[in-house]
Design a protein around this ligand. Structure first.
Ligand SMILES: *Cc1c(COP(=O)(O)O)cnc(C)c1O
Length: 387
């Protein structure tokens, strides 16, 4: 297929809004760098207002937000936490460092997200938390997962690292569980270099107060700053979970461009869909299951091939032409660390199989619609499809 696209086509290029320097200069002038200053407050309020979250705490990563969730749950030996194996390692490592046992569950073959039927089989009286992962800017089956989780008297923690500004079932992602964990890593739609946020969807003051102490290195420094205590002291098992003001200022500039960023990605997404739907109709690959009633955020575009060999062939052929298409997650249960936790590959046969057939296509704000047509055209050719 002829195309004017410029190669190489990179998989992802971190977004720049253009206003970052203006805010960074304000931080330099303010001499307030270490974090939890005016820009951190502004970002937290921005997120609280925009997504109707009761309380947001900015973190230095989604990994940190997941770790805060795990700490706040006070997990004990014998407790279990259920999550998909098809996810980034941070989802698991945050809980694996507690005394709880990780229970990996299968994914749905098309959405690549937690399969509620398999969740149901794995729930037990020991289940303390369920951690669905929202993948590629789409939503996990939250109504069923939340219902099963509450029947089991467990806590729902959403890994919404990829879910900023996506919504489903009437709610923004990250606002249904007790905790929602978001990422502002440079590979996400918007970023702070590194960054994240913990959405606390609760008005339980005791829990909110504890969360703030865990966030602030395990101290009651916030109470001191507000004049409630004279000296601050070590009160909790916490860590240094928040980012610097430099990151918060950078992030505010990015957030203010959210709608623009999203519109550009939507155009790319629609170009991919249009070009690849004929292949899906011909059964040569599967596209993600988009629900018209959900608001997706166009974080990533992936396809699933019927056969592992096709997936590898297309990926390598694209690579040869300087088009970066990446595999999906390497399942955690069969990873070296997953095996140390007692899992083996055939414990989750569906995940093991599907994960090898996923190909993620380039998606970033510096791509043009021609670039998308070029990628889709080359993919079509390598798959041997002739319309
Ligand atoms: C990116 C990502 C993370 C980790 O986010 P960091 O901000 O890099 O810690 C966790 N889970 C999922 C699903 C992710 O995509």
């Amino acid at each position: 297929m002829d195309s004017s696209a410029a190669t190489p086509i990179r998989f992802s290029i971190p977004y720049v809004s253009g206003n970052e320097l203006r805010y960074l200069e304000q931080v330099l002038a303010s001499r307030n760098f270490a974090g939890n200053g005016p820009f951190t407050q502004r970002v937290q309020s921005w997120l609280e207002t925009r997504f109707e979250v009761q309380r947001v705490l900015l973190t230095h990563s989604c990994t940190a937000a997941l770790e805060m969730s795990a700490l706040l749950l006070d997990l004990e030996p014998g407790d279990e936490v259920i999550m998909p194996s098809y996810t980034f390692c941070s989802t698991a490592s945050a809980f694996a460092r507690t005394p709880a046992r990780i229970v990996f569950c299968e994914i749905d073959e098309r959405s690549l997200m937690m399969d509620p039927d398999d969740l149901e089989r794995r729930l037990s009286p020991r289940t303390r938390a369920v951690v669905p992962v929202h993948y590629a800017g789409l939503a996990a089956d939250l109504p069923r997962i939340a219902e099963l989780t509450s029947q089991a008297c467990a806590v729902l923690v959403e890994d919404a690292a990829q879910g900023l500004d996506a919504a489903a079932f009437g709610r923004p992602l990250g606002t249904t569980g007790l905790f929602g964990c978001l990422s502002f890593h440079e590979t996400k739609n918007l970023h702070a270099g590194l960054g994240g946020a913990l959405f606390l969807n609760t008005d339980d003051d005791a829990l909110l107060n504890r969360a703030t102490q865990v966030w602030e290195r395990g101290t009651n420094r916030q109470a001191q700053l507000r004049g409630l205590v004279d000296k601050y002291t070590w009160t909790e098992l916490g860590s240094s979970f928040y980012p610097s003001e430099l990151q918060a200022a950078f992030l505010l500039a990015q957030l203010e461009s959210l709608d623009e960023n999203r519109a550009a990605r939507q155009a790319l997404h629609e170009a991919y869909l249009e070009a690849l739907t004929p292949l899906a109709d011909a059964g040569m690959l599967a596209l993600p299951p988009y629900e018209a009633s959900h608001r997706i955020n166009y974080h990533a575009f992936y396809v699933v091939f019927p056969k592992v060999a096709q997936c590898e062939h297309v990926r390598l052929a694209l690579k040869h032409e300087d088009i970066a298409a990446y595999i999906g997650y390497v399942p955690l249960h069969s990873s070296p660390m997953g095996r140390k936790l007692g899992w083996k590959a055939d414990d989750l046969p569906i995940t093991e199989d599907v994960a090898q057939r996923v190909l993620r296509l380039p998606m970033h704000n510096e791509m043009s619609a021609e670039d998308v047509l070029h990628v889709a055209g080359r993919l079509t050719a390598h798959l041997g499809y002739e319309p």
